[in-house]
Design a binder for this molecule. Structure first.
Ligand SMILES: NCCC[C@H](NC(=O)CCC(=O)O)C(=O)O
Ligand SMILES: NC(=O)OP(=O)(O)O
Length: 334
């Protein structure tokens, strides 16, 4: 049985399969790909795009979706093996995952990082528990470590605009925020861009390094595809010659070593990392702007960037639909 919870489930070859199918179906009349099929969707955290796009894929494909919000209409779920369940989590994933599997043909789970512990994010405890206990294909709708659907949609957006991602110079630039956000999106952008052969430049202030295991995995993909990855604390250096700029905020590398006050001060001290038109003027003249959304306007990214004709944030969000249609049909294929 197939699952897609991490880019390693696909590798560079699988990334190509998903993107090729997504591109082939985009713009064609909807086919009843999911006739008689049900996708179950379990949300531990809020979502606009992921929720609406997966549900739309199923409905437009003549299938159906069941959407469940954990802790609001659905029991709070326990993931820890051997937990003594005497607090607020009424049901263990050991029961929830196989029970839901009896009702649906595929299951999607969204579960953000618990925050502060990159080692735990590597373990990815909640999606891993689902993966152990489901009896139908599982797709990540963003977990602690990765957001593979987002990374794949980003690559589709780049290919539509540039034809190819082979050695395409792209910058992933850290952005300021009022709170420390998860690293799933930057991790996925790095992993999928490397798997798609991009020349990836990653720029962030000191102390915001991505996990060494993620970087090593991305390096292996870059090596296999002829891509490359460089890291810098100098945003302008990364941007020079970049054809696409991907802004994303994420929390410090060792958040558990900081108090909440430290983290706020750290984030506030880098307000000048906000992407503005001036920032983009350092990239190639035809550079495009991408962001996964939701975006905090004039904190992460200035209005003049988001409202400029070079922004691809809305087209990028649409591509979530196209890659997920491709992913779900791949999951159901033998
Ligand atoms: N799925 C796309 C991003 C989700 C999440 N953003 C957020 O939680 C933003 C919340 C805020 O801005 O308050 C993240 O960064 O991983
Ligand atoms: N980009 C993304 O996953 O958006 P949502 O959090 O709204 O689903």
């Amino acid at each position: 049985m197939k699952h897609l919870t991490h880019i390693r489930d696909l590798g560079p070859e699988g990334v190509e399969t998903i993107l090729a199918q997504a591109a082939a179906w985009k713009g064609k009349a909807p086919a009843p790909l999911f006739l008689g099929r049900i996708l179950g969707m379990v949300f531990f955290n809020p979502s606009l795009r992921t929720r609406a796009s997966f549900e739309s894929v199923m409905l437009r494909g003549s299938g159906n979706a069941i959407v469940m919000d954990v802790g609001s209409g659905v029991w709070k779920l326990e993931d820890r093996p051997g937990a003594v369940m005497n607090e607020d989590r009424a049901e263990h994933i050991k029961e929830a995952a196989p029970v839901l599997s009896r009702f649906v043909d595929m299951l999607g789970v969204r579960t953000f990082s618990a925050g502060g512990d990159d080692e735990q994010d590597e373990v990815d405890p909640v999606i891993s528990a689902f993966r152990r206990h489901v009896t139908v294909p599982l797709v990540s709708m963003e977990s602690a470590r990765e957001h593979p659907c987002q990374g794949l949609a980003d690559m589709l957006t780049l290919r539509e605009n540039f034809g190819s991602t082979k050695k395409l110079p792209v910058t992933l630039t850290w952005a300021p925020h009022i709170k420390p956000l998860p690293k799933a999106v930057p991790n996925s952008f790095l992993l999928t861009a490397a798997a798609a052969g991009c020349e990836v430049r990653v720029a962030h202030p000191p102390g915001f390094e991505l996990h060494p295991q993620v970087r090593a995995e991305a390096e292996a993909y870059a090596k296999a595809t002829g891509g490359s990855i460089t890291y810098t604390h100098d945003q302008a250096e990364a941007l020079a010659g970049s054809r696409a700029v991907y802004a994303k905020s994420w929390g410090p590398a060792t958040r558990s070593a900081h108090t909440a006050g430290d983290v706020s001060a750290l984030l506030a001290s880098h307000a000048d990392w906000m992407t503005t038109r001036k920032t983009l003027s350092r990239a190639a003249a035809d550079a495009l702007f991408l962001h996964c959304l939701p975006v905090r306007r004039n904190v992460e990214v200035a209005d003049d960037v988001l409202d400029h004709p070079t922004s691809r944030v809305i087209d990028g969000a649409e591509n979530r639909f196209h890659v997920q249609r491709s992913i779900l049909s791949w999951l159901l294929s033998a």
